[in-house]
Design a protein around this ligand. Structure first.
Ligand code: IPE
Ligand code: IPE
Ligand code: MG
Length: 235
């Protein structure tokens, strides 16, 4: 019983995932990159369920970076189609599960109908309180910081770290405890730069579509074994 309590205490409250490797997953199978993105969405749906089922309260997924918008138009059109389908098919399911949906990123870079779908999804799930799913779409950490700086400058106010956090897209969302990146690269790629100051990082060699439930549990076990010191010394 005591052990179980410790386990629960070591479950991250907020897990952020950089879902990378769709293109290479497809290439290895001689499939077009679009097939990799489709497989990625399928895995994303099951991963979200698996994380909330384990009691994680906040799940943030890096779905599209601001920099990804410089990819070929054909690939972007495919990604936008997948986003449209995602919102059409999943908002009501999230609502039924009492999960609030939020989107972070620069909406002005997205097609108008996707912005509408985002706004409707956020509105429909606004009062859901069991968990929170945050999708990073057209998101860049530096851009988010610069937007917040400009808000502070326009207000003519000096900020504290706390007040600054409240100017970011992630205001009211606790910093991620664990960040998982699939796809073998060991970098952050402009994700949650401010928020990840003390986040535990976990890198997986698996391409995102093949990152399994077992792989999730391995990441959570690894997290549970870490000692978070936040700059202090161990007591
Ligand atoms: C991640 O997979 C999904 C997006 C960035 C939209 P990639 O498309 O980056 O896949 P790789 O890294 O080329 O394998
Ligand atoms: C990061 O992956 C962005 C997402 C997973 C959405 P990228 O494939 O864009 O990252 P880099 O280019 O390898 O750094
Ligand atoms: Mg990639």
């Amino acid at each position: 019983m005591k052990e179980k309590k410790t386990e629960e205490a070591r479950l991250p409250r907020h897990v952020a995932v950089i879902m990378d490797g769709n293109g290479r997953w497809a290439k290895k199978r001689l499939l077009p990159r679009s097939a990799g993105h489709k497989a990625g969405v399928k895995r994303m749906l099951s991963l979200v369920d698996q994380m909330f089922r384990r009691g994680i309260k906040y799940v943030t997924l890096y779905a599209l970076s601001a920099e990804n918008l410089a990819r070929p138009q054909e690939e972007l059109n495919e990604l936008f189609s997948l986003l449209r389908a995602y919102f059409a098919e999943n908002v009501q399911k999230l609502k039924a599960q009492e999960i609030r949906l939020s989107v972070i990123g620069d909406r002005s870079l997205l097609p108008a109908d996707i912005v509408q779908a985002i706004e409707a999804g956020e509105r429909d799930t606004l009062n859901c309180g069991k968990g929170r799913l945050i999708l990073a779409i057209a998101y860049g950490g530096r851009q988010e910081i610069v937007r917040a700086v400009n808000v502070a400058v326009a207000a003519g106010k000096q900020v504290t770290a706390e007040a600054f956090s409240a100017l970011l897209n992630t205001a009211e969302i606790p910093d991620p405890d664990l960040m998982i990146r699939t796809g073998r690269e060991t970098r952050i790629s402009n994700f949650l730069l401010w928020q990840a100051a003390y986040t535990e990082l976990y890198f997986s060699d698996k391409m995102f579509p093949e990152f399994s439930e077992k792989d999730l549990d391995a990441a959570l076990r690894d997290y549970a074994s870490r000692e978070r010191r936040f700059g202090r010394v161990k007591e």
